[in-house]
Design a binder for this molecule. Structure first.
Ligand SMILES: Cc1cc2nc3c(=O)[nH]c(=O)nc-3n(C[C@H](O)[C@H](O)[C@H](O)COP(=O)(O)OP(=O)(O)OC[C@H]3O[C@@H](n4cnc5c(N)ncnc54)[C@H](O)[C@@H]3O)c2cc1C
Length: 495
């Protein structure tokens, strides 16, 4: 759907070429920053020399979150709705909160976990309204249906962002910006299945085995899921077990288990093996609640010091919690046919051998073990790639969300914090000590993380302003002596 307020993809040639900030990727992470900047009253500062929003999608705000089919969130409705609460939003989308059916539905069950497709719809609605407002009231330009190809960090600290219209890939264009907020989402690559198997010391999937990622499968409809796997299922008469192995032990792995059990139970799937390599952790609001469930709590490592929640970051919540409990107690997802076996391949030789057997006898293997970053190519002024520091498959960032290079130096002016990169727990963000991964979530993008990115972007712009002023003074001095020459400046490029 094309919005009237946005720049049409056809007119990409006419957008200004110089900005104070370019938002690359307007999914939940990028939009979280934008919502925060607006409600803090700082949008005009961020966009003081123009803000450009580029996304390869036409409809903005939900990213992949809205694409998952029949998947329930690992956050409750009220935490999504809280992202739309602020007095400054009243004039922008106050009516959504008052009259929108979907908003009303989520508000009616604030402590329930909603379907991600519905969350996505609501986030898109609010994001589109905010963008429309920003385009009208600030120096904001939008390029939908445009894909970023590469980002070059120039010697003067600015960024050249190369992009193309998805309908005309050959026609590349470029804009310049003082800062870049880049969140292009995460990737799971099917080629990583072999590496996952090697890490677990189990055989690689053989020929004829379907290998795929949970990220792609969770976006398929039930019919598409059946069409994917039914051709490799042996008929009942063949007396061979039809098993799919899932590698991973997080929310996605259990969500995937439910989708496979529900949709393929009637199509011939007999068994699902979930191979993981650290204990399955469950989330509880309080230590008392955990103990009432008979869950062993380590008070030092499992409890978040800020919220007192148990396994706040790593624990399975809501629907994934129910699926895990059902699998652990009944060996299947309640109400479905396939048996489900949980195998902690790191817990001993017997379990590793069992994992190896299951994988060898599977007709499908699903990678559900986290996401890497979907970064555009980042190069320096000579065109040489800037290698970024990766840990646990994601990009390391500093306290403002700036990525670190291999020498541990920050790439100044660049910010990334969505899926595949981002913040680790610290005293302000909080988390259980046992969790060492990265924090991603719509609510936190709109709150603490949004605040950090805004602080970082404003700091970078302030530093740029000082540097530019010094440059102008130096140029003016030169001009006095050399009779004047053109100066760089947004006014040169704008309408
Ligand atoms: C299965 C799953 C369930 C989750 N459930 C929840 C939940 O219930 N609650 C919660 O708070 N969090 C949840 N998360 C975590 C997190 O909030 C989401 O993953 C969130 O969607 C991440 O947002 P993002 O903006 O980083 O990435 P994305 O959603 O992938 O958005 C990236 C954006 O960048 C654009 N883009 C990509 N490449 C390019 C390019 N080259 N050029 C231009 N644009 C590009 C895309 O079109 C998209 O709009 C979940 C994550 C997963 C994987």
């Amino acid at each position: 759907m094309q919005r009237s307020s946005a720049v049409d993809p056809d007119s990409s040639g006419s957008v200004p070429s110089d900005y104070s900030c370019v938002l690359c990727g307007a999914g939940p992470a990028g939009m979280g920053f934008l919502f925060y900047a607006f409600k803090s009253g700082k949008l005009a500062e961020v966009a003081r020399n123009g803000l450009l929003i580029i996304d390869k999608r036409v409809s903005l705000g939900a990213g992949k979150l809205g694409d998952y089919v029949n998947v329930t969130g690992n956050s409750v409705a009220k935490s999504f709705l809280a992202c739309l609460e602020h007095e400054r939003f009243d004039e922008v989308f106050g009516d959504i909160r008052e009259y929108n059916e979907l908003h009303r539905k989520l508000a009616a069950d604030p402590d329930g976990a909603p379907l991600l497709s519905e969350v996505g719809e609501l986030l898109t609605l609010a994001a589109e309204r905010l963008i429309e407002h920003l385009v009208e009231h600030f120096d904001v330009v939008v390029l939908r249906g445009h894909e970023i190809d590469a980002i070059r960090h120039d010697r003067d600290g600015r960024f050249e962002i190369a992009y193309h219209d998805t309908r005309r890939p050959a026609a590349r264009r470029m804009v310049i910006s003082d800062t870049v907020v880049m969140n292009l989402g995460g990737t799971q690559r099917v080629e990583e299945v072999d590496d996952l198997c090697r890490a677990l010391d189990i055989p690689l999937p053989g020929n004829g085995v379907i290998t795929c990622t949970s990220d792609e499968l969770l976006r398929l409809t039930s019919t598409q899921l059946v069409d994917t796997f039914a051709p490799v299922f042996a008929p009942a008469a063949a007396r061979r077990m039809n098993r799919i192995t899932i590698i991973g032990g997080s929310h996605s792995a259990f969500t995937m288990t439910e989708r496979l059990a529900t949709d393929l139970g009637g199509a011939g799937l007999d068994e699902i093996a979930i191979i993981h390599r650290s204990p399955i952790r469950l989330f509880f609001e309080t230590e008392e609640e955990a103990r009432a469930w008979g869950y062993m709590v380590d008070p030092v490592n499992d409890i978040c010091p800020i919220t007192r929640r148990v396994n706040r970051s790593s624990g399975l919540r809501y629907r994934a919690f129910e699926i895990a409990c059902s699998v652990m107690s009944q060996g299947r997802v309640a109400g479905t046919k396939p048996r489900v076996e949980l195998i902690d391949a790191a817990s001993g030789e017997g379990e590793r051998a069992r994992a190896a057997t299951c994988l060898t006898q599977s007709c499908g293997v699903v990678h559900s073990a986290g996401y890497g970053p979907n970064m555009s190519v980042l190069v320096d002024h000579r065109g040489a790639e800037i290698p970024l520091l990766f840990r646990q498959g994601g990009i390391e960032v500093d306290k403002f969300g700036r990525p670190l290079d291999m020498d541990g130096k920050v790439v100044r002016g660049l910010f990334t914090f969505g899926l595949g990169s981002g913040f680790r727990p610290d005293p302000e963000i909080g988390s259980e000590a046992a969790f060492t991964g990265r924090i991603h979530g719509v609510w936190i993008f709109h709150h603490e993380i949004g605040k950090r990115i805004l602080t970082g972007v404003l700091k970078a712009l302030a530093e740029k302003a000082v540097a530019q002023e010094a440059e102008m003074i130096a140029t003016a001095d030169d001009d006095t002596h050399a009779g004047g020459r053109p100066r760089r400046g947004r006014a040169d490029h704008r309408r």
